[in-house]
Design a binder for this molecule. Structure first.
Ligand SMILES: C[S@@+](CC[C@H](N)C(=O)[O-])C[C@H]1O[C@@H](n2cnc3c(N)ncnc32)[C@H](O)[C@@H]1O
Length: 356
């Protein structure tokens, strides 16, 4: 059987043979684990639950259904917020700003619990859901089956830091990375996180068709919540706001490891994407954030942003935040509101066309 898979090492198209894939060139074998193609050559684990807890979660998913497992294991024993994170029907609402059609082949990189893959699947031809974590991939396969979604294919890959996706050039119409690019630098200590992220994005460009689209949902390095003490991706406070060398020194002292979960400002993301060969992105701001999008506005539409932040200020959780938002945005001209929102927004949705 001819496949769209290519050997991640030598890029030769692999053949399906003996319950797995074989590279006819370098003779590497890639097995199917529980029916999921495994192109991983090294272990990498990132998840809210430890592997033994994930085994239990999978058993409950099999016996009681994925929704019950999320609500009663992830939600009850870990964090109730994670139920919405894993199941929220709005998690993939960013599709409204993407040119997604029923013939699209989508790659969801870092698929996690599958909220994005399951949200996109009804709107396209095929979703290839990739992750390094074999447990969430198995969860996702069961979830898709239980939901009756037949067009999601889970695939286990290597961490994205060394840029080897197991696909031929120009395979996908759309690549999505929702909450993933910030972690790409943390799976290795080689090179700077910026270089690692550029390599990963360039690999996304390779597997995209000419004029294919990359979507990245990610935090703003200077997001207002970071100023208010929200923890950065490395678990520490204020590190994203610091110069990288200072953040790294503090992370080494507090966590014994350097600072590698880089996020950027609005202009920083434009530089990063340009470096990887993408055209200047269309940027959007989601309220409250890209992880739970309720409203999405173009980041350069000052009037829409002004309307939204003024309305949204009334719903902020803490009185001091509501007060600060009213002070900042209450009577400020739209151009200034827009500039402040771009500078301080929690996160960005970036949509970039692959340049050729
Ligand atoms: C924060 S979760 C996001 C999951 C999903 N995209 C969503 O929005 O619900 C990050 C996912 O990226 C994967 N991941 C983290 N670092 C990675 C890396 N270096 N290479 C590939 N995947 C990685 C993790 O296994 C995890 O499933």
């Amino acid at each position: 059987m001819v496949s769209m898979f290519a050997c991640p090492f030598c890029r030769t198209v692999v053949r399906f043979q003996d319950e797995g894939y074989l590279c006819p060139e370098c003779r590497r074998r890639y097995p199917l684990d529980d029916g999921i193609p495994n192109f991983s050559s090294r272990d990498h684990y990132w998840n809210h639950l430890a592997p033994d807890q994930m085994e239990f979660m999978l058993e409950i998913t099999r016996s009681h259904g994925y929704r019950y497992a999320v609500e009663n294991i992830l939600g009850r024993f870990k964090d109730p917020e994670l139920v919405r994170y894993a199941l929220g029907a709005n998690r993939a609402d960013f599709r409204s700003v993407l040119p997604i059609t029923s013939s699209c082949h989508v790659a969801d990189l870092g698929a996690g619990w599958g909220a994005v893959a399951c949200g996109l699947a009804p709107h396209c031809a095929q979703v290839t859901a990739m992750d390094t974590n074999p447990y969430t991939l198995r969860f996702l396969a069961m979830r898709a089956e239980q939901e009756g979604i037949g067009n999601i294919s889970p695939v286990r890959i290597d961490p994205l830091d060394d840029s080897r996706l197991p696909f031929c050039d120009s395979t996908f119409d759309l690549v999505t990375m929702n909450g993933v690019l910030e972690y790409v630098g943390s799976a290795t200590e080689a090179g700077s996180p910026f270089e690692t992220q550029v390599r990963c994005l360039a690999e996304c460009r390779r597997v995209l068709k000419p004029h294919g689209i990359l979507y990245v949902g990610i935090e703003n390095r200077f997001g207002y919540l970071y100023f208010l003490g929200t923890r950065d991706h490395n678990g520490l406070r204020y590190t994203s706001l610091m110069p990288r060398t200072l953040a790294s020194a503090i992370a080494r002292i507090c966590k014994g490891e350097p600072y590698r979960t880089y996020t950027y400002s609005y202009s920083g993301y434009r530089r990063l994407l340009a470096e990887a060969g993408f055209r200047p992105p269309a940027a959007f701001i989601a309220v409250p954030n890209y992880r739970d999008p309720r409203f999405i506005v173009p980041a350069d539409d000052n009037r829409a942003i002004t309307y939204l932040v003024r309305r949204y200020a009334a719903y902020l959780r803490r009185r001091s935040w509501r007060w600060a938002a009213r002070l900042l945005f209450g009577h400020t001209p739209a151009a200034v509101c827009g500039a402040m929102a771009r500078a301080l927004s929690d996160s960005f949705l970036l949509v970039a066309e692959a340049g050729r």
